[in-house]
Design a protein around this ligand. Sequence first.
Ligand SMILES: C[S@@+](CC[C@H](N)C(=O)[O-])C[C@H]1O[C@@H](n2cnc3c(N)ncnc32)[C@H](O)[C@@H]1O
Ligand SMILES: [Zn+2]
Length: 301
Amino acid sequence: MKPPAESLSILKDARWPWVASILACPVCQQDLPVKEGAAGVTCLGCGSVFGQVPETGVLDLRCPGPKTHVLSVRTGVVAFDDLLERVPKDPPRVTYGDSLPPRATAEFMSVIKDGVTSGGLVLEVGGGPGRYRAPILGLGLRFLITDYDSPGADILADAHALPFKTASADALLMQSVSQALENPFVAFREVARVVKKGGMVLGTADCCAVFASSFYNMTPWGLLSVLQASGLAPERLWLTKDALEFCGTNPGYPSLMKPILRALSRLSRLSLLTPRNLLRGRPSDPLVTAGSFAFIARKVE
Ligand SMILES: C[S@@+](CC[C@H](N)C(=O)[O-])C[C@H]1O[C@@H](n2cnc3c(N)ncnc32)[C@H](O)[C@@H]1O
Ligand SMILES: [Zn+2]
């Protein structure tokens, strides 16, 4: 089905005058668009043609076929370091007070509000339904939501081959996406590539993503390893849900079990039930119990 002419693409939409200036071919990384017609956008660098979702006209900038990535990573950097101990593990100060859609967090909104100057560009990867659209636009920032396959996205894009020029974004948000990545090392390197030096990457990682087609349920240590391999310095990690609570809010489990799991989660936090920690004089690191956790990292290289 041919897309309706009036929805030729986001590139011709007056509400998005800046989008064309940040796009790059996800296959060869040459700047896009170079030629646009009814069939979509053609990259003159590699000849790839990118179409649109027929029903909505949303530009589809996913690679038309598999892509080969060459990656060089160092090991022995995180595993034998005390990096996790040194990273602050409390949530950032909340300065954003407006109401938010479900599952959009005041913590991320506060960091974006205080850390990105007016008119700055925020990209979302794996944005799903686009929970942050209204609040981030409300801050006077430019915001573009990408997802591999969601009707909430402004552009379809794969986190492993992002269709953006290097160093375009001031901040990048990826909430609850890391578990879905086929290759987190490749995808985080892409994420770091499109963020400006000094820019931020904010996200959550689900360690207990059951009932989902996830590849790697990332732990805090796994995340640190991926961040360091991508030139991203962790600034802060904090627990969002422990494993019991995460499972107790997962739609996949029987409704009857979920309140029990949540009650067990609350019980497990009672120090009386963990006398070993009391005797040691210190509570164990809450991140070791993570079902999901949030992170903020900064591009350093
Ligand atoms: C658990 S949902 C999270 C959605 C949204 N960020 C939120 O917080 O509600 C994971 C999202 O990641 C997207 N996704 C999975 N693999 C992806 C990839 N390789 N590139 C981009 N998005 C991807 C899925 O389509 C889905 O919308
Ligand atoms: Zn190309």
